[in-house]
Design a protein around this ligand. Structure first.
Ligand code: AMP
Ligand code: MG
Length: 522
C-alpha cells in the first residue's frame, strides 16, 4: 500500500456532476465529474523528480517503485480517493469557446504534506466527459516537453505547475502533428503534474456563461478559503482583494517569462492559473533571437496573438475576462477597473526594474529608461541570442572601450560578420551609453555581477534541446532527459560540464518542426 496523506477538499466542498459514467457531455451546475483513468498496456517510469517527491512526502524505493508506476500511469488508484476531472470553459484565441474542461487531465490525489496542499494530476490518462472529439491521450514528445520545462521553470524561479513523473504507456497514439493530413502513430505517455491547485480562469468563467451565480459563489468561496485565506471570510472586499492578488501574481509570472525569454504560446483563459502559475505546456518556446514578434505556435502563426512582446497585454485581456466572471459577486465596476488599471502601471514599473536587473543597473539614473529602450531597439536590428547576450554582458565593465565591450558579446550574434556599418555603429553607440552609465554607478562591482547572474540564466531549455531529447527517447534512450533535467536544476551557475549546451541554436534547428515550429497537436 502506498502511504500518502490524502486531504481531499475539492470534491468534499464543491458540487459534483451527478453522472458518473464516462461519456462526453455538457456538465451544468458542477465543478467536476468523477472519472477513472484508462488503464494502459505496458507502463514504464522513465523520469522522476526526486526533489518534488520529497515535497510531497513520497519516496521511490524498490518496494514502492512498481506501485507508483501503476498509480502514475492510471493502472491503479489511491484507496480513499475518487479521481475527477474539472469542468471549465475559456476564451480561445480571443473567442468564447464554451465548455472545455479537463479533456485529458485527471486529478488522482489531493495530499497534504508539511502544511502544504498538493494536487496530483495525470495528463494523457484517457478520455473524460470533457474530451469532446479528442482521445484524452498525450504523446511522448509533448510529455517530455512538459516534464522538462515545468521543472526547468521551477528552478529558474518562475511560478509554475511541477512535474513529478513521466511514464510511457506502451501504447500508440495517432497524431496529425502539423494538421496537414498526415496522421502518424506515436508513442503514448503520461505526465503527473503537481500544483497547489489546477484551477484556471475558465473554471469561474463557465459559471458566468451559464448564469449560475450560486455555484460561482461556491467556487469563489472555496478558492478564497484555501488559497487566499489572508483576505478573510467571504465578502465583496475579500473577492476584490482576491482579484487584485490574482492580477498581481499573473503580472509577476509574465514579467518572469519576459526575463527568461519564455513564450507560452497558448495563453487562452483556460490556460491561466488562478494562482499565477505557468500552466499547460503545449507549443511553448524559448527566445533565441531577441524578438518581440516571435511565437513558436504555428497554430497562431497568422495573428501571432501570443507572441513574446504581447504576453503582458494578453495577460491583462485575460484578467479582464476573469474580472467579468467575478463581477456578479463584486458588483463594483469601478473597483474592478482600478485593479485592471493597476496592472498597466505596475507592468511599466516591474518590467523596467526587471530589465534593469538584467543590465546590472539600479534604475535610479534619468538616462536608464533611454538606455533600455535603445537596447531593445538595437537587439531587434539583427538576430541576437537573448540568453547569451545578457549572460555575456556580465563580462562588460566600466574600463572597457565600447569596441572592446562589443567584442565581449560577439558570441550572441547569429551572423557576426553582419555586425558592421550602421549596425556596428548602433551597438558602439549603445555601449558608449552603457559604459558611461557604469562609470557613474555607485553599485559595487561584485554586487552588480551577482545581480546579473541571478537575473540572466545561463542554461535554458532551448527549443532544439528538447527536440534532441525527444528523438533519442523515441528510440528508447532516455539519457538526455536526465542530463537536461540535471543541468536545468542550476540554470544560473556556470558549469563547464555543460559548455556544449551554452551555445546558440544550431542552424539545422532554425526551421525544424519541433524546434521553432510547434502546433497545438500533442
Ligand atoms: P489546450 O489547448 O491543450 O489547453 O487544450 C484545450 C482543451 O482541449 C482542453 O479542454 C483540453 O483538455 C482539451 N484537449 C486537448 N487535447 C486533448 C486530447 N488529446 N483529448 C481530449 N481533450 C483534449
Ligand atoms: Mg489547456
Amino acid at each position: 500500500m502506498l502511504r500518502l496523506n490524502i486531504n481531499d477538499t475539492f470534491t468534499k466542498e464543491l458540487p459534483a456532476d451527478p453522472i458518473e459514467e464516462n461519456y462526453r457531455r455538457q456538465v451544468p451546475e458542477a465543478c467536476y465529474s468523477y472519472v477513472q483513468p484508462t488503464p494502459v498496456k505496458r507502463p514504464s517510469l522513465i523520469a522522476w523528480s526526486e526533489e518534488l517527491a520529497d515535497l510531497l512526502g513520497i519516496k521511490l524505493t524498490p518496494d514502492t517503485k512498481d506501485k507508483f508506476r501503476d498509480l502514475l500511469s492510471g493502472n491503479s488508484s489511491l484507496e480513499g480517493f475518487k479521481a475527477y476531472a474539472h469542468c471549465y470553459g475559456g476564451h480561445q484565441f480571443g473567442h468564447w469557446a464554451g465548455q472545455l474542461g479537463d479533456g485529458r487531465a485527471i486529478n488522482i490525489a489531493e495530499l497534504s504534506h508539511q502544511n502544504q496542499q498538493w494536487v496530483l494530476q495525470l495528463k494523457g490518462a484517457g478520455p473524460t466527459p470533457y474530451s469532446r472529439s479528442a482521445d484524452g491521450l498525450a504523446v511522448l514528445r509533448s510529455s517530455i516537453r512538459e516534464f522538462l520545462c515545468s521543472e526547468a521553470m521551477h528552478y529558474l524561479g518562475v511560478p509554475t505547475t511541477r512535474a513529478l513523473s513521466l511514464v510511457t504507456t506502451g501504447e500508440q497514439v495517432t497524431r496529425d502533428m502539423l494538421y496537414d493530413g498526415n496522421p502518424k502513430e506515436e508513442p503514448g505517455a503520461i505526465v503527473c503534474r503537481v500544483a497547489e491547485s489546477f484551477l484556471r480562469f475558465g473554471n469561474f468563467q463557465i459559471f458566468l456563461a451559464r448564469n449560475d451565480k450560486k455555484n460561482l459563489q461556491k467556487l469563489m468561496d472555496y478558492t478564497l478559503k484555501h488559497f487566499f485565506p489572508a483576505f478573510g471570510p467571504p465578502s465583496k472586499e475579500a473577492y476584490i482583494s482576491m482579484l487584485q492578488e490574482i492580477s498581481d501574481r499573473t503580472l509577476d509570472m509574465i514579467i518572469h517569462w519576459q526575463r527568461v525569454g519564455f513564450v507560452h504560446g497558448v495563453m487562452n483563459t483556460d490556460n491561466m492559473s488562478i494562482l499565477g502559475l505557468t500552466i499547460d505546456y503545449g507549443p511553448y518556446g524559448w527566445l533565441e533571437g531577441y524578438d518581440y514578434g516571435w511565437t513558436p505556435n504555428t497554430t497562431d502563426a497568422q495573428n501571432r496573438r501570443y507572441r513574446f512582446g504581447q504576453q503582458a497585454s494578453v495577460g491583462l485581456w485575460n484578467l479582464a475576462q476573469l474580472a467579468s466572471a467575478f463581477h456578479p459577486l463584486i458588483e463594483d465596476k469601478e473597483r474592478i477597473e482600478a485593479i485592471l488599471d493597476s496592472y498597466r502601471t505596475k507592468f511599466q514599473d516591474k518590467f523596467f526594474s526587471m530589465m534593469m536587473a538584467k543590465l546590472g543597473l539600479d534604475g535610479s539614473h534619468e538616462s536608464d529608461k533611454m538606455i533600455l529602450s535603445k537596447l531593445i531597439e538595437t537587439l531587434h536590428l539583427a538576430e541576437t541570442d537573448m540568453t547569451i547576450f545578457f549572460r555575456e554582458l556580465i563580462k562588460v565593465h566600466k574600463d572597457l572601450s565600447p569596441k572592446e565591450a562589443l567584442g565581449k558579446i560577439q558570441l550572441a550574434f547569429y551572423e557576426p560578420y553582419m555586425v558592421k556599418d550602421a549596425l556596428k555603429t548602433n551597438w558602439i553607440n549603445w555601449f558608449e551609453l552603457y559604459i558611461k552609465r557604469l562609470k557613474e554607478s555607485d553599485t559595487d562591482v561584485s554586487e552588480r555581477i551577482q545581480l546579473m547572474q541571478e537575473s540572466n540564466p545561463k542554461y535554458v531549455l532551448r527549443n532544439y534541446m528538447a527536440q534532441v531529447a525527444i528523438e533519442k527517447a523515441e528510440k528508447g534512450d532516455y539519457s538526455l532527459i536526465e542530463e537536461l533535467s540535471e543541468m536545468l536544476k542550476s540554470p544560473y551557475t556556470d558549469n563547464p560540464k555543460y559548455d556544449h549546451w551554452y551555445k546558440k541554436r544550431p542552424e539545422w534547428a532554425r526551421h525544424k518542426v519541433g524546434c521553432s515550429m510547434l502546433s497545438c497537436s500533442s
